[in-house]
Ligand binder design. Structure first.
Ligand code: SF4
Length: 360
């Protein structure tokens, strides 16, 4: 008998961002956002390449000016994954981005000034096969909603999102996904819960401005993890104050922890203690760095002694224990496979096994 916890994902509508299907039970799509100048197409494409290598499946770029939407032509043409153009207020940038190859527009029809403008944006989206993400953010709520609710709150974020949904539906547009982001974890959770109950559009999850690597990872894990466990969420971004390519690894770690995606190396390691028979922390850091490029799902357990080492090794592709009787036990696919003498370089041995497994 084996323990299995299955998350029942909410069945949302399916939409497309280029050739990437989102919603309706498709795998949760991991995305990030470039931080180069979009007008510098070369630098942006180089960063996109690094992000795709790290696992980004769609990438958002800001288009704050005409130079950026002009650069979109080259970026969209050469990007290996679909590009989402991030538009704030300037509806013409949305039209230009759609015409220049963006596969999704992040724009809030309720905040671009008039229905006529929304009509123009929707026409450009339809003509160019673009979807639209309504991206409500607690930090930039409409004045009228702040007056009505006095502060950003779940009902205000929901109302903002649903107003934009109505504008799009009135224009017969349904290729829509929605986000209601906030840096306050509880505010974001509650807002997404309300939104998920109010519509069946796919939802893009994020704890916005989550902060630095450490606290931002904690906030994102709590917020996104709570929602994902309820089956909410079709695409996600972890927003950290580190390079975009690095935040992708955190997104996958959240999804791997919930068994919602299975990509790359999944490491189980002990915190080490006085029983450790080699330096666990240094070893695992070396293994993590040397296997970060692997895409094939491979689980690795590295424990400092035999106390829990064998139990964990039985459930991983590569498992190694401390050298209890002068030898490290090495398990392959849950079975005892061979031994290496105490004092061996555990990191080098595990890295070699992982690279071989990756090439099988
Ligand atoms: S596995 Fe062994 S070395 Fe690691 S923390 Fe547990 S008892 Fe300590």
């Amino acid at each position: 008998m084996s323990f299995e916890y299955k998350i029942n994902r909410k069945k949302t509508r399916e939409i497309s961002v280029g050739d990437v299907k989102i919603g309706a039970g498709n795998p949760i799509v991991v995305q990030t956002m470039t931080n180069t100048l979009t007008s510098d197409a070369k630098a942006t494409l180089e960063q996109i390449e690094r992000c795709v290598k790290a696992g980004a499946e769609v990438i958002r770029v800001s288009v704050p000016d005409k130079e950026s939407t002009d650069a979109m032509r080259e970026i969209s043409k050469n990007s290996p994954v679909p590009i989402i153009a991030d538009v704030h207020f300037h509806y013409k940038r949305g039209i230009e981005a759609a015409q220049n190859g963006a596969k999704c527009l992040r724009i809030n029809p309720g905040t671009i000034g008039s229905i006529d403008r929304a009509k123009e944006v929707v026409k450009a989206a339809k003509d160019n096969g673009c979807s639209i993400r309504i991206g409500v953010n607690a930090g930039s709520l409409e004045e009228k909603l702040l007056e009505k609710y006095q502060e950003p709150c779940p009902d205000a974020l929901l109302e903002s999102a649903m107003e934009s949904v109505k504008i799009l539906e009135d224009l017969d547009f349904y290729q829509t996904k929605i986000s209601v982001k906030a840096s306050d974890v509880m505010l974001a959770i509650k807002s997404y819960e309300l939104l998920s109950a109010a519509c069946d559009y796919p939802l893009h999850l994020g704890i916005t401005e989550a902060g630095t690597r450490n606290i931002g990872t904690v906030r994102s894990s709590i917020g996104l993890g709570h929602l994902l466990m309820q089956g909410i969420g079709d695409t996600m971004r972890v927003s950290l104050s580190i390079s975009p390519e690095e935040e992708i690894a955190v997104a996958y770690d959240i999804l791997k922890s919930l068994k919602l995606r299975n990509r790359g190396v999944n490491i189980i390691s002990c915190p080490s203690c006085a029983r450790q028979q080699f330096d666990v922390c240094k070893t695992i850091a070396k293994i993590e760095a040397a296997t970060a490029h692997i895409v094939k799902p491979i689980s690795i357990s590295v424990l400092g002694c035999v106390v829990n080492g064998i139990g964990e090794a039985k459930h991983t592709n590569i498992g190694i224990t401390g050298a209890g009787s002068g030898q490290h036990l090495v398990y392959i696919n849950g079975k005892p496979d061979h031994k290496i003498p105490a004092g061996s370089d555990v990191a080098d041995h595990v890295i070699k096994l992982a690279l071989e497994m990756d090439n099988e």
